[in-house]
Design a protein around this ligand. Structure first.
Ligand code: CA
Length: 224
């Protein structure tokens, strides 16, 4: 694979280059956000590993610009635990995956390989499913001419389920990836958020067709 690493911390950048090179990939490195955008616009990569906190342009802005030019290019964001996580996830910004620092080399490699294996990511801004038009950019859902606004977190849930529509997503995963929290203690919050979301997007919230429950496992994108 061709991997672009955008990280300003020199030690970490060199470490990442070594890690991916050692795994058999071709790696290009950029030391700030502007360089990262330049490299990502110049040629496509199979995976971009993007630090959130960067000089000149931060990771969110780099992500936005690369997304606009190359919607299918997978982006994995590196964040620090805590407020950075909340910031990037709360924005519902379009990274395909997140890894929180400090991370293990093994975990990062596994995630990068998984992203690179996938068919080019489809990142629709609008989806028309089961009679409802979901607009992820405008944060709205429209059915039968009636428009409801969605919160960034609700859009985050829908995006995450749609992006991983080939499998079941656990409550803990939604909690970590969309809510920016870890642990099994608060998964009830996910159920409550999904109950509210269903009232907005489902024709019959009691018999959901978009956000489907999978008993004992979590939730799945049900609209095909
Ligand atoms: Ca940084």
């Amino acid at each position: 694979m061709r991997i672009l690493v955008v990280e300003d911390e020199r030690g970490l950048r060199d470490g990442l280059v070594d890690l991916f090179t050692g795994d058999g990939h071709t790696v290009e490195a950029a030391a700030d956000g502007a360089q990262g955008v330049e490299a990502g616009l110049a040629t496509p990569f199979d995976v971009v590993v993007l630090d959130l906190m960067l000089p000149r342009l931060d990771g969110v802005e780099v992500c936005r610009r690369l997304r606009a030019a190359r919607p299918g290019m997978p982006i994995l964001m590196l964040t620090a635990r805590g407020s950075e996580d909340d910031k990037v996830r709360g924005l519902g910004e379009g990274a395909d995956d997140y890894v929180t620092k400090p991370f293990s080399a093994r975990e990062l490699l596994a995630r990068v390989r998984a992203l690179g294996r996938r068919a080019p990511a489809e990142v629709p801004e609008q989806l028309d499913v089961d009679g409802v038009v979901l607009d992820f950019a405008r944060l709205t859902a429209e059915r039968d001419g009636a428009r409801t606004s969605l919160t960034p977190r609700e859009v985050g849930i829908l995006r995450w389920l749609h992006r991983h529509r080939d499998r079941v997503v656990s409550r803990a995963e939604l909690l970590e990836q969309v809510f920016g929290q870890r642990g099994d203690l608060h998964t009830r919050a996910v159920d409550m958020a999904i109950a509210v979301l269903r009232k907005k997007v489902e024709r019959d919230p009691a018999a959901p067709r978009l956000v489907v429950s999978v008993k004992g496992a979590g939730y799945a994108w049900g609209a095909g």
